[in-house]
Design a protein around this ligand. Structure first.
Ligand SMILES: *Cc1c(COP(=O)(O)O)cnc(C)c1O
Length: 378
């Protein structure tokens, strides 16, 4: 860069107070660099909860069919996808807001409904984006302690503790069900009881990023509770079960009044052309999703069993990942795994230094993970 004419501003000081205190989302590893380094060998990527089974072939075809239209803007309303989602989930189109991944919508919710002097409630060991959303909006984050490790849902959300933190300044509550990174969950009945205690002016966001992987019948989608609780917001994504993480598409379902307010700050073309087409095609291929759910559930049980056999603490999960507790500092183990081409997610940032989060991969990835883990633990 050429020498500047005016002094370099103190950008940090110029940012609004919430952003000054913010640390950017930590994606775990620089995967692009790792892929370059392991170009000649296999890199086993089990750090980001991506779905190794891949998307529906119909989604791929839908993307290819877009190639002649790339000079066009996408439909700013995403009308076809909204219609498909509404009919599949039994919703009204006016209840749906599409996002560039659900991450965008989780951030927007705090931007719209929280701010300085207001509070956002979430759980210890909840998804990192909730804290980011609250802080970026300048709101105060209040974290409820998670359930103890000897509980049936170790480190899971304690709904009573969350309810106790709700006060007159609370605008938003963020919950994930099942939760990332713990894999824990609570029943639909428990959620309904919790919602019944929450004041109508407190918005409750239930993030169901992993719902497509759930096999426990006690955990239906919170979408079924929208009619009863107008302050409920359900966030869903095409990144996980539908395996379209690279395209960035998610949505929230909520009361039409809430959606209308959120629409005011939505960037007009936030979901791109191939993403709209692929998500719609994927939604119409529920056979593929069923296949993914079955294979994932089988592999999840098997991987958990094999890890437990190695003396590790592996709680139940309803997702496509396991939170594995090594009972000692996991950083050296994790570093040795990366050196051998196996990428997992460190949990130090979540205050879980003895844990690693392991995505359930396909057969070959899981086999390779265990093989390398055995080398490292030996
Ligand atoms: C992966 C994930 C998301 C969403 O991701 P997008 O790709 O932005 O849709 C949301 N919540 C949780 C808990 C997740 O793990």
């Amino acid at each position: 860069m050429a020498a500047s004419v005016t002094p370099v501003p103190d950008f940090q000081a110029l940012a609004q107070p919430g952003v000054q205190r913010l640390r950017a989302y930590d994606p775990g590893h620089d995967l692009v660099a790792l892929r370059r380094k392991f170009a000649a060998q296999v890199l086993v990527e089990l750090g980001s909860n991506e779905n190794s089974h891949g998307p529906s072939p119909r989604a791929r075809d839908a993307v290819l069919a877009c190639l002649e239209e790339l000079h066009r803007y996408p439909d700013p309303l995403g009308a076809d996808l909204k219609l498909a989602l509404a009919s599949y989930h039994g919703l009204d189109e006016a209840q749906i807001l599409l996002g560039n991944g659900s991450h965008e919508l989780l951030m927007m919710l705090a931007q719209v409904f929280a701010g300085p002097g207001l509070e956002v409630v979430a759980s210890q060991f909840g998804f990192a984006v909730y804290a980011l959303a609250a802080q970026a909006a300048g709101a105060t984050l209040r974290l409820a302690p998670a359930l103890p490790t000897d509980h049936a849902m170790p480190r899971g959300h304690d709904l009573a503790a969350l309810a106790a933190l709700i006060g007159p300044q609370t605008r938003l509550v963020y919950l994930a069900n099942p939760n990332n990174p713990t894999g824990t969950w609570f029943s639909g009945a428990a959620l309904a009881s919790f919602l019944a205690t929450v004041p109508a002016s407190v918005l409750v966001v239930v993030d169901e990023a992993y719902l497509e992987f759930v096999t426990d019948p006690s955990l239906p989608s919170a979408l079924l509770l929208l009619e009863r609780f107008p302050n409920l917001i359900v966030a869903r994504t095409f990144s996980k079960g539908y395996a379209l993480a690279g395209l960035r598409v998610g949505f929230i379902a909520a009361h039409p009044g809430l959606v209308a307010v959120m629409e005011r700050v939505r960037e007009s073309f936030n979901v791109n052309l191939p993403a709209l087409a692929a998500a719609r095609a994927a939604l119409y291929d529920q056979d593929h999703l069923d296949w993914v759910r079955d294979h994932n559930a089988e592999a999840r049980v098997e991987l958990a069993r094999l890890l437990r056999e190695r003396g590790l603490f592996v709680p139940e999960s309803q997702t496509n990942f396991l939170l594995v507790d090594f009972g000692r500092e996991a950083a050296p183990i994790e570093a040795a795994l990366v050196q051998r081409g196996v990428v997992l997610r460190p949990m130090v940032g979540y205050g879980l230094p003895t844990c690693l989060r392991i995505t359930v991969g396909n057969r070959e990835e899981n086999r390779r993970l265990l093989q390398v883990l055995d080398e490292v633990l030996a």
